[in-house]
Design a protein around this ligand. Structure first.
Ligand code: SF4
Length: 273
């Protein structure tokens, strides 16, 4: 029942945006016509203009990489990179436990934009050792085991993925989690001694969907099935009406532990590293 309600919720949001965006192209064609758009369209135009300028500036600051989870936020950033032909590389952490819909997004992105997303995999020996010690799904048993799994499948590969870059870009938003409510657009990633940019920090989920709809950005089908946050298959689920987005991640844990350690610079980070 909750599943159907979530689907209805997403469809209702899409219909509402359709209604609001009928005249949006007038807003973006620089024709000088400014009388036929809504406040929502003006707000979206401002967001896009600022995001474009931000990513353009970031792309000129050395070797830059986008860490993509193939979520809607990261597809928005991918769309900007493609639309503006920015020299920003894209990689994803291929943990080996991603949902098939998420894996399929890699090819969909290539077909749509002609961009290659580099897949960075766990180190084979470390992964074999984790599985031998904790079992394939040992992460359900304890926080320690869960962090060990994220360490092998995500953290160590992230370090390798970022090697040689001057800065990285993420699709993190403050609204996403308790652990992200103080998120800055630009921060120092002490773990990797790099600048980390979070250009969508102030964006709402509705902003992400509005951008995606405006530019017809391909989205992970999981979103339409109630998944707001995208992660590994066994650790991510659709949320029910009234639940927070982060309730779909590691739902058996407390809200203040729900980070995999990829993002260690937020003020509440220490408990999550
Ligand atoms: S999200 Fe789950 S499956 Fe993925 S690395 Fe972390 S514990 Fe392992």
């Amino acid at each position: 029942m909750w599943f159907c309600t979530a689907l209805f919720f997403f469809r209702a949001q899409a219909e509402q945006r359709n209604k609001q965006n009928k005249e949006t192209m007038i807003l973006f064609d620089h024709s000088g016509e400014t009388t036929n758009h809504t406040a929502a369209e003006l707000e979206l135009a401002k967001l896009i203009e600022r995001l474009d300028a931000n990513l353009r500036a970031i792309s000129g600051q050395g070797r830059i990489a986008l860490a993509s989870s193939l979520s809607a936020e990261d597809m928005v950033l991918t769309d900007v990179i493609a639309r503006l032909s920015l020299p920003i590389d894209i990689f994803t952490l291929q943990t080996g436990r991603l949902h098939s819909d998420t894996v399929a997004m890699i090819e969909r992105t290539r077909l749509r934009y002609g961009l290659t997303i580099r897949e960075v995999e766990p180190e084979a020996n470390a992964l074999a050792q984790f599985v031998a010690t904790h079992g394939l799904n040992g992460f359900y048993e304890s926080l320690e085991a869960r962090k060990a799994c994220c360490g092998v499948r995500k953290l160590e590969p992230l370090g390798r993925a970022l090697s040689g870059y001057d800065a990285w870009v993420t699709g993190q938003r403050r609204e996403q989690a308790l652990t992200r409510d103080q998120l800055d657009e630009r921060e120092h990633d002490t773990a990797h001694d790099l600048i980390k940019h979070n250009p969508l920090a102030s964006w709402q989920w509705a902003d992400v969907l509005a951008y995606a709809e405006h530019f017809q950005v391909p989205l992970n089908p999981l979103h339409a099935r109630g998944y707001v946050s995208i992660g590994c298959d066994p650790c991510t689920r659709a949320i029910r009406p009234g639940e927070h987005a982060r309730d779909g991640r590691w739902w058996w844990e407390n809200a203040d532990t729900k980070e995999c350690g990829l993002h260690q610079n937020n003020p509440n980070k220490e408990a999550n590293a």
